[in-house]
Ligand binder design. Structure first.
Ligand SMILES: C=CC1=C(C)c2cc3[nH]c(cc4nc(cc5[nH]c(cc1n2)c(C)c5CCC(=O)O)C(CCC(=O)O)=C4C)c(C)c3C=C
Ligand SMILES: [Fe+2]
Ligand SMILES: [Fe+2]
Length: 328
């Protein structure tokens, strides 16, 4: 058997459909991950399986239905990113697969598909620019859990988070310029809204907020903007505890209350549009801004499968493939 390298893109995951059962199954897997909810399972599981999963899937399912195409957008974009990256790396004989930490296609099945293509060396690329134990680490955990069951284990390299990688920042800056060029108005303020995290996780050592700040700082520099023009906020608070601040929604409502009429919002922590960007920002936040007196609201799309995003994935992959395949 020769040697072959493969790249595995790992994203968060998404329900198979918007119905109660599928959303419940997905949320149950997601919210049972001890990397995500760091509570004692003996206490958390009864709460999760009881009150949380009897109410939340209905509400989430309705929200998913508002953004659903023939499937979840997160799945469409992650698949397309993998296909386009595969075309870039095929000349070097590198295989590319994609998997989801929760739901389908699973990380295990993706590793098996790479092995079936002869890959004995795998680059694991979690699709999160900013490191968090709740995302990056659990994506890698899931891959290693599968390797524990393999007699013939591939060699593995994990791609570190890339909060200010030049190709990432260039793609983001281009996406902001393109998003604003489409408007016939100019935003007074642009908001970079990142997914939030319980504050306690940061106190325990999760470096996530400083990674978000690195991204915001690099993006400001690329655009020539200061911190009044590009604000950093955190969205998607879940549960009663304190999460990272400032929260996105109250920030936007305060801006409107202070007379700001025109804002644009981007979500740099998400490489693919999903419920959090299309619905929570594109629908809910827009309504909240308008109800508070705002007049113009633009949601800038995620990098998705844009050429800039594929350039970035290719650069990250090639750096980690060094020594495994001939450069270019
Ligand atoms: C305690 C709960 C959660 C933590 C911690 C958390 C961290 C976290 N999540 C993302 C990226 C995504 N999250 C998405 C959806 C989502 N997240 C939570 C909860 C926590 N996330 C829930 C309950 C949900 C489901 C949606 C809902 O019911 O409203 C998604 C979108 C998935 C999709 O199908 O579209 C992404 C992507 C990051 C980056 C992060 C920590 C940094
Ligand atoms: Fe989340
Ligand atoms: Fe949300």
């Amino acid at each position: 058997m020769g040697t072959r390298a493969g790249v595995l893109l790992v994203n968060l995951g998404t329900p198979d459909d918007t119905g109660y059962r599928a959303v419940r199954r997905y949320l149950s897997e997601f919210l049972s991950d001890p990397r995500v909810i760091e509570a004692n399972p003996a206490i958390w599981q009864p709460i999760l399986q009881g009150v949380v999963l009897s109410v939340r899937p209905q509400k989430s399912g309705r929200n998913y239905a508002r953004i659903w195409t023939h499937e979840s957008p997160l799945r469409t974009y992650t698949r397309s990113q993998a296909e386009k990256l595969a075309a870039r790396l095929a000349p070097n004989g590198v295989a590319v697969e994609w998997g989801m930490r929760y739901g389908n296609p699973s990380v295990s099945s993706a590793i098996d598909r790479l092995a079936a293509q002869g890959c004995d060396r795998i680059v694991l690329l979690p699709l999160y620019p900013q490191y968090s134990a709740t995302t990056t680490a659990t994506a890698n955990d899931q891959a290693f859990r599968h390797l524990m069951r393999l007699r013939r284990q591939p060699a593995i390299r994990t791609v570190p988070a890339f909060p200010d990688h030049p190709a990432y920042i260039a793609a983001l800056a281009d996406s902001v310029r393109a998003g604003l060029d489409e408007l016939d108005w100019t935003p007074e303020v642009v908001i970079a809204s990142f997914h939030g995290l319980p504050f306690e996780y940061v106190q325990k050592g999760d470096p996530y907020p400083s990674e978000c700040e690195r991204t915001a700082a690099a993006l400001r520099e690329a655009l020539g903007w200061d911190s009044n023009r590009l604000l950093l906020t955190y969205q998607s608070r879940f549960g009663p505890k304190r999460w990272l601040e400032p929260y996105t929604a109250p920030t936007v409502q305060n801006l409107a209350a202070r007379g700001v009429k025109r804002i644009a919002v981007l979500c740099p922590g998400f490489l693919a549009d999903c419920i959090e960007t299309l619905d929570e920002i594109g629908n809910e936040l827009r309504e909240e801004f308008e109800q508070a007196g705002g007049e113009h609201f633009a949601a800038i799309p995620c990098l998705n499968d844009s050429p800039g995003c594929i350039d970035m994935l290719e650069a990250l992959s090639r750096r980690e493939l060094a020594g495994w395949v001939d450069p270019r």
